[in-house]
Write a protein of this length. Structure first.
Length: 108
């Protein structure tokens, strides 16, 4: 898939055995100290991001539903960081699908 067409990524669930405490950079979500974790092969999230040249706003879908509130806000904050870094104001459509229950305490 070319960058102008969008991107697709798959991330496996990650279980932290030793968690970090605090962040050295809140905006970039960097930990203050190391952690130890493992991925679970059978549980994952697939996310696709495509440009939406006809829209003046981003569209975020999670598990087949339009995202709102804090879920949408977190995605938009990240997209804004990417846009600022790339110098590209383009709006996008984000579709993210989990194969495990949302808000189950699992990270992907």
């Amino acid at each position: 898939m070319s960058p102008s067409a969008g991107a697709r990524a798959k991330a496996h669930v990650n279980i932290a055995w030793v968690k970090y405490w605090g962040k050295s950079d809140d905006a970039l979500n960097l930990p203050a100290v190391p952690s130890l974790s493992a991925n679970i092969e059978d549980l994952f999230t697939v996310t696709e991001v495509r440009p939406d040249v006809d829209s003046s706003d981003d569209e975020v879908w999670i598990d087949g539903e339009i995202a709102g509130g804090s879920e949408r806000d977190r995605v938009i904050r990240f997209l804004d960081l990417v846009r600022a870094r790339l110098g590209n104001p383009a709006r996008v459509r984000v579709h993210s699908q989990n194969n495990f229950p949302r808000a189950a305490g699992l990270a992907s």
